[in-house]
Design a protein around this ligand. Sequence first.
Ligand SMILES: [Zn+2]
Ligand SMILES: [Zn+2]
Length: 305
Amino acid sequence: MRVKLWGVRGSVPVPGPHTVRYGGNTTSMQLIGDDQIPIGGEIFIIDAGTGIRECGLSLLGLPKPLKIHLLITHTHMDHINGFPFFVPAFIPGTSIDIYGPVHYEKKLEEVFAGQMDYSYFPISTAQLAANITFHDLKECEFDIGSLHVQSQYMNHPVLTLGYRISDGDKAFIYTGDHEPYHDFINVDDEDDEDEEDAFDDIPDIVEQQNQRLLRFFKNADILVCDAAYTPEEYLTHKGWGHSSTDDAIDWSIEAGVKKLVLHHHEPTHTDEKMDEMEAYAKQRVKEKEAAFLEVFNGREQLIID
Ligand SMILES: [Zn+2]
Ligand SMILES: [Zn+2]
């Protein structure tokens, strides 16, 4: 099992001369077998940002009918709005199973149909030629073909599932969008002591959640992790649902991850800025004497073994 990155950007596509090397498409990646093609004849894609458009075109030469599994981490726009341009969905006979977190207000199917409502797009999901089946997930474990999938909630302003996918003894993890657990409730200014008592358990809960995250990451071969911000940028973006390079590196070292792929790049980060961030990340790993960890920036079309 290897992973091919089709979109590595967060929030909004940013094509142009300043993002040529790392790419401007929003997040989408594909799990591929050693021969570059599907695993066991089936196609596995995670997230449907604008990168999925190019991924879809790459599948057209494969024997039909296509059998596709699409896992969605969450339904923010940058993770689903490439789907209307995913050409295999327009081919009769294609089957697409779409998996994603249950929503407080809407089912996964309604969210996908909503973005293809006539106000936004000329073709509705009901008119797509492929047979599409939606699977609303919570935290769970299940098998798809030879792959074993474990989902776990991440810390983000909408329900978000990270996926740990195992093929034999090889484990791949993609966090989707995620931020470290913090005690976001500042009780220092509270006059009411009863109210302070109500928050006494929060540091323990935060610690439990961070430890749970490390167990999810434990000994992963490849971790594609939200690392949208520099440590300095993160200070002014707390609560926005994304992590910094330092967070991603420190988790990886603690959990014994072998390859860390920095992902969900901030749209304002140019190729030059990305180079700086990667050099900084490698230096931090060196300073922490964690030679077992390889760290690098995700970029479009990159295949990671
Ligand atoms: Zn995102
Ligand atoms: Zn998001």
